[in-house]
Design a protein around this ligand. Structure first.
Ligand code: ZN
Length: 310
């Protein structure tokens, strides 16, 4: 029997799960990449991404042989405004209900902008009422992970024993990319040695910086969510970067994630295909880049089990 596969980075989208301006920004971005009309991309997002109760996610997990997924809620409020019809607290309830519907398969990670005055109260409520398993910080909204506001959240997470996931790597405009540099997680990792930090997306283009920070701090890990985009650009380039990431950070520091539903409609990197590409790396090296079976088994699930206590 092959080891468990854990996707440590997925999202749920739906009309009430994220504000309209987010979908409009994604459609704008998709249109500029593909040359398709914006309205068409928006319709595709609604058709192929929206999954308010998690059923489609679990169907994709079944097809890909993924046992469990960590679901992240993003807090857009202090980036795009809070004047859409759904409050962040209400979004927590909706996410918690979707996760509860699939409680054997999904794990709930809550995103909260640490600058919100009631951030700590919300985390505490989500932890006690909805089984919150970790907290995500989203620097593209303009918050630096080494700001005092974030430190309040780290303190609470340390008390509650919750891991902290920090998005690293460039985001689409008008979101801010500078604050997503992995280096801003360096000092928090020093100041909270008891806290587990995961640098989501392993910094994307800044992967060397993320890998080096993980190597220098025993409490820092990286996930490879959205690295399918590297594979799409160049399978060989992807294999070389993944090799470099694992060799630098260490084989017990790199965690599998997809950023589902992003790229789920791209056939060559559909979830099932993507898991298979990774699983076969030791037997079918891409461009002669070699991986050990153990490295890939740890990547696909072993590390997430150990680090996140799943
Ligand atoms: Zn993500």
């Amino acid at each position: 029997m092959s080891p468990r596969v854990i996707d440590a980075h997925v999202h749920l989208y739906g009309a009430d799960l994220a504000p309209p301006y987010w979908y409009e920004a994604m459609a704008e971005y998709g249109a500029s990449l593909s040359g398709r009309p914006r309205e068409e991309v928006l319709a595709t997002i609604e058709r192929d991404w929206f999954d308010p109760d998690g059923d489609r996610l679990v169907a994709d997990m079944d097809a890909a042989g993924i046992d469990r997924s960590l679901v992240y809620l993003l807090d857009f409020g202090l980036y795009g405004g809070t004047n859409d019809s759904v409050s962040l607290e209400r979004r927590y309830e909706l996410f918690a209900a979707a996760v509860a519907r699939h409680r054997e398969r999904l794990v709930f990670f809550g995103g909260v902008d640490p600058r919100r005055p009631d951030a700590l109260r919300l985390i505490e409520r989500a932890h006690s009422e909805w089984g919150l398993a970790g907290v995500k910080i989203w620097p593209p909204a303009g918050v630096y992970p080494n700001e005092p506001a974030c430190y309040r959240v780290y303190q609470l997470c340390a008390q509650l024993g919750l891991p902290v996931v920090i998005h690293t790597g460039q985001e689409i405009g008008p979101l801010r990319s500078e604050c997503t540099r992995p280096i801003y997680a360096d000092q928090p990792a020093n100041d909270f040695p008891e806290l587990t930090f995961v640098l989501a997306h392993a910094g994307m283009a800044w992967w060397r910086e993320a890998a080096d920070i993980a190597w220098h701090h025993p409490n820092v890990y990286v996930d490879i969510a959205y690295w399918q985009s590297k594979y799409l650009r160049s399978p060989e380039g992807f294999a070389r970067e993944l090799r470099g990431l694992i060799s630098t950070a260490g084989k017990r520091r790199v965690i599998f994630g997809t950023d589902w539903p992003a790229l789920r409609a791209v056939r060559r990197v559909a979830p099932a295909t993507w898991v298979e590409v990774l699983r076969r790396l030791p037997e079918d090296p891409i461009g002669g880049v070699e991986f050990e079976r153990e490295e890939i088994d740890l990547l696909l699930g072993g590390n997430a089990e150990a680090i996140l206590g799943l």
